[in-house]
Design a binder for this molecule. Structure first.
Ligand SMILES: *[C@@H]1O[C@H](CO)[C@@H](O)[C@H](O)[C@H]1NC(C)=O
Ligand SMILES: *[C@@H]1O[C@H](CO)[C@@H](O)[C@H](O)[C@H]1NC(C)=O
Ligand SMILES: *[C@@H]1O[C@H](CO)[C@@H](O)[C@H](O)[C@H]1NC(C)=O
Ligand SMILES: *[C@@H]1O[C@H](CO)[C@@H](O)[C@H](O)[C@H]1NC(C)=O
Ligand SMILES: *[C@@H]1O[C@H](CO)[C@@H](O)[C@H](O)[C@H]1NC(C)=O
Ligand SMILES: *[C@@H]1O[C@H](CO)[C@@H](O)[C@H](O)[C@H]1NC(C)=O
Ligand SMILES: *[C@@H]1O[C@H](CO)[C@@H](O)[C@H](O)[C@H]1NC(C)=O
Ligand SMILES: *[C@@H]1O[C@H](CO)[C@@H](O)[C@H](O)[C@H]1NC(C)=O
Ligand SMILES: *[C@@H]1O[C@H](CO)[C@@H](O)[C@H](O)[C@H]1NC(C)=O
Ligand SMILES: *[C@@H]1O[C@H](CO)[C@@H](O)[C@H](O)[C@H]1NC(C)=O
Ligand SMILES: *[C@@H]1O[C@H](CO)[C@@H](O)[C@H](O)[C@H]1NC(C)=O
Ligand SMILES: *[C@@H]1O[C@H](CO)[C@@H](O)[C@H](O)[C@H]1NC(C)=O
Length: 512
């Protein structure tokens, strides 16, 4: 590290003083003589979109994290479903490498195979070995804690303090694994509201930690996932808010893959009422997360750790409310489901930056390990550190020109009894029997953001369906241009896709 500063010392007085300041703030980054390594916090919400105003209720978060650091305007998930996405975040791998295909144990969500093959190589294990004290609070993987996944006794390696939700997001009446012991909760707001409890446990961890070692905390509130149970003081908030009617809201998906050609268009009023209600309640649940961020930052300030702590705020994937006449869900290849919020503050990161660099959720683990000073070439992950984009004065690095989004559709082998007209193979047919998923909603896409703004997707269905969008001229992906575009471009995109779908580690980062 020392030698890389030399050139900059000579360049100008301004650079010198900036470097001095940065060096003081972050001398920690890779320098073994320094005593204090930086602390790191990752806040991960569930189902929070960025395209339809999902960050709008987060006023304090935008100010305390975004304005104090960077807001990424091109952050994406590698896959738009909770369990596979969360598995990507903690392993730093694309789904084809961590092998978590869906939210079921049979699809490797928290399965014993995952516990044996993937969890021991997740980034918290490295941090823990590097003397970080680690804390987990909130939702982990959808099947975590279930009997067939080892029950609450299973505490993944790398965590000193483990307060994880059993199963999928809930706000009340849930069970936690507290360091391997079952802890049951009721529905008393003061004692049980999960978002508040995660905050309280994290504050307690900060009080009890040893000041001689850095810490890493991962805070995963259930918000804004269903059942959208707001804290009592927020149940009347946003009473006149409705889902925005912009973009592809209530548009037909006529030239799209099979599943998108099914919903009634325009949507029935009952679907619109349902989704507006969901939209409002999602926002209400986020107000508690906004409070969490404020309280946490207050605490860090009071223990004098705020200036030595990186804070990442993100979500596992996006969400839609009415786009292409789909009432509510994720699981689609479009921007509203694959884009995620990503805000980061920390030592050496200049405030008030908006960055266009494309980043993926598989990059979080590499970035965190980079900050902790790990030797990244010893880590087997598909992502790449985006520290160079946030703080180019600390690290050199190139951004990726394009990346992979891959998804395996979920279905049920029998038909849904409440929707008798639909056959088997579908899932999430709610409300009004509009199905949001199917076994053949299985696709892989190349998303290009450098020199062009394109998406190219291939489906594993019996039409071998292809969708192509030019987001420069069509930001809401209204027109599938597969039949209009130069065949040579389709061929290039197909070749990139083939390479990406079988990439691992370096070969995921260096595809031309
Ligand atoms: C952080 O702030 C505290 C005072 O609040 C100061 O003692 C410490 O040196 C600062 N640390 C860094 C890395 O700037
Ligand atoms: C739709 O409108 C909302 C609220 O005004 C805004 O936050 C969002 O960015 C818009 N989305 C699109 C896709 O234009
Ligand atoms: C689950 O993971 C194991 C190895 O970790 C792998 O052998 C198996 O094929 C995976 N299952 C699926 C459905 O991908
Ligand atoms: C929690 O469970 C109790 C007992 O089953 C039930 O009465 C109550 O309605 C539940 N609360 C919530 C918020 O679901
Ligand atoms: C969290 O702590 C605050 C402040 O002590 C308290 O008012 C609140 O009831 C606690 N909530 C939970 C769910 O523990
Ligand atoms: C649906 O709502 C629209 C606008 O509020 C209204 O004009 C229309 O009559 C409603 N349709 C039905 C079938 O209720
Ligand atoms: C990082 O690890 C690689 C592979 O083990 C090794 O060749 C390299 O020397 C290490 N770099 C540092 C700075 O330790
Ligand atoms: C980045 O690369 C340039 C040119 O190769 C070099 O002069 C500079 O010191 C590097 N900066 C950092 C932070 O490593
Ligand atoms: C999850 O994946 C497994 C393995 O491919 C499959 O058997 C199962 O049906 C899938 N679950 C759902 C709900 O699609
Ligand atoms: C997708 O699966 C559904 C349900 O099995 C089936 O009806 C439909 O024909 C399939 N479509 C394609 C394009 O494979
Ligand atoms: C497409 O697949 C579905 C089941 O997924 C099947 O019912 C249908 O007959 C298939 N169509 C063709 C043209 O192969
Ligand atoms: C995408 O649209 C832009 C703006 O209209 C145009 O310049 C560009 O050539 C288009 N790209 C493709 C591949 O069609």
């Amino acid at each position: 590290m020392a030698s890389s500063w030399v050139g900059q010392w000579r360049s100008s007085a301004w650079v010198v003083s900036t470097c001095l300041l940065v060096a003081l703030l972050t001398c920690t980054l890779r320098c073994s003589e320094c005593v204090t390594l930086s602390n790191i916090i990752l806040i991960l919400t569930d189902d929070q979109d960025v395209e339809m105003g999902g960050m709008t209720p987060m006023k304090k978060t935008k100010e305390l994290i975004g304005d104090a650091g960077v807001t990424f305007s091109n952050a994406f998930t590698a896959t738009p479903l909770c369990c596979p996405s969360r598995s990507s975040i903690i392993t730093g791998k694309y789904p084809h490498n961590h092998l978590v295909r869906n939210n079921s144990i049979s699809g490797n969500c928290s399965s014993t195979a995952w516990q044996k093959e993937a969890e021991p190589f997740a980034f918290p294990v490295y941090l823990n070995k590097m003397s970080y004290q680690t804390f987990y609070g909130g939702k982990y993987l959808n099947q975590y804690g279930s009997k067939d996944a080892g029950g609450v006794d299973h505490v993944p390696p790398g965590w000193d303090q483990w307060h994880a939700l059993v199963g999928n997001s809930k706000y009340y009446n849930y069970t936690l694994s507290v360091n391997g012991k079952e802890e049951k909760h009721g529905d008393n707001y003061e004692k049980d509201y999960l978002t508040d409890l995660v905050l309280n446990r994290s504050l307690h961890f900060l009080e009890e930690r040893s000041p001689n070692h850095p810490f890493f905390m991962m805070l995963c509130p259930p918000s804004p996932h269903s059942p959208w149970t707001a804290a009592p003081q927020y149940q009347q908030s946003f009473s006149d808010v409705k889902a925005p009617r912009n973009g592809s809201f209530n548009m037909p998906g006529k030239d799209k893959h099979w599943l998108l050609r099914q919903p009634a268009n325009p949507m029935p009023n009952s679907s619109i009422e349902y989704l507006d209600n969901a939209y409002r309640r999602r926002w209400q649940t986020l107000l508690s997360v906004d409070d969490m961020v404020e309280q946490l930052i207050k605490k860090l300030d009071s223990i004098k750790e705020l200036n030595n702590t990186y804070i990442f705020y993100t979500s596992d994937h996006g969400y839609h409310t009415g786009q292409f006449s789909l009432p509510i869900d994720k699981r689609q290849l479009y921007e509203f489901d694959i884009r995620i919020p990503l805000l980061v503050r920390g030592p050496g990161i200049k405030p008030k930056q908006t960055l266009q660099s494309p980043v993926l959720n598989i990059d979080l683990s590499m970035t965190i390990l980079d900050i902790a000073g790990a030797n990244l070439s010893t880590v087997n992950m598909d992502g790449q550190s985006f520290l160079p984009q946030m703080a180019p004065w600390l690290r050199n690095g190139t951004e990726r020109p394009f990346f992979l989004v891959e998804y395996t559709g979920e279905g049920h082998s029998s038909e849904d009894p409440s929707c008798p007209k639909l056959g088997p193979g579908l899932a999430e047919c709610f409300p009004d029997c509009v199905c949001e998923d199917a076994f053949n909603n299985t696709y892989a896409c190349v998303r290009v953001l450098k020199d062009a703004n394109l998406q190219y997707c291939e489906f594993a269905d019996n039409e071998s369906f292809v969708e192509v969008y030019n987001l420069t001229s069509d930001p809401h992906e209204l027109e599938n241009i597969v039949k209009k575009v130069d065949p040579a471009l389709l061929q290039i995109m197909n070749q990139r896709l083939i390479k990406l779908q079988s990439c691992t580690g370096d070969s995921c980062r260096n595809i031309k």
